[in-house]
Design a protein around this ligand. Sequence first.
Ligand code: CP
Length: 305
Amino acid sequence: MRPKHLFSVRDISKEDMEGIFHLALSIENNPKDFAKICEGKILATLFFEPSTRTKLSFESAMLRLGGQILGFSSAKVSSAAKDESIADTIRMINSYAHIAVIRHFIEGIGEIAQKFATIPILSGGTGTQEHPTQALLDMYTIQKEFKKIENLNIGVMGDLLYGRTIPSLLYSLTKYDNVNVHLISPPALRIRKNVELRLQDAGFNYQMTENLKDVIDELDVLYVTRIQKERFPDPTDYERLKGAYHIKPEDMHNAKDNLIILHPLPRVGEIDYKIDEHKSSRYFQQAQNGVWVRMALILKFLDLG
Ligand code: CP
């Protein structure tokens, strides 16, 4: 891998991404071949914000590679609660682990890691900014389903303003030819201007709409996100917008036969539980794919794959 750390998908090339997908598929097909490759290596997971999937799938990934894990799941149980700086926390982890995953709310965490980390650091999600390893597993899932990413029509729906998986997914898609994206959100939750400018700079094809029904018949992929309650400065705005979307099986009547529905999870009402049984739902397989992709990432960033 070219970069030492991973805080943005913009720092890796399409070739890097495809190398990760290729390795992830090899691992998925032959997990036993990789079961001892990280013996003697330690992964640290430093989570300053809550997580189920990212933390546990990274830990599962390292254990399946024969390595060991340590870490914490809340700032409250680390010395951050005593006002230790993130720079000092990173200095410490250099001595305790060979690779680390950090989920943090501050936007400059990548620059701090660049300055103070001597081991590879991967973002497990950075504020509202990016979630690069999520985007890689999202892209892996799309690639596996369609055997390509080029020429697909993708709907991205929900909280496009605060959802950090969205910029990472969109930046990843800009690396592929002739992808068309429908950004489906209430006007108040459209993508941020700086994200939009980067898409425009890349010559990316996208349109904005408020209603899924206007575009559902065109889509190959529908990527749904939750409204991010914890990011709203004004809780009354969240209360106004939280019920903006609730997809039910009847909303799929005009969908293509091979549409897939993805969601980074957790969901909180935007996908009805009845959709879990629908032929299009793939969000639990998508989360499972996270283990293979994160195994591949650990190997790539440790220079073992
Ligand atoms: N998709 C995702 O980041 O989930 P968690 O917040 O549970 O890690």
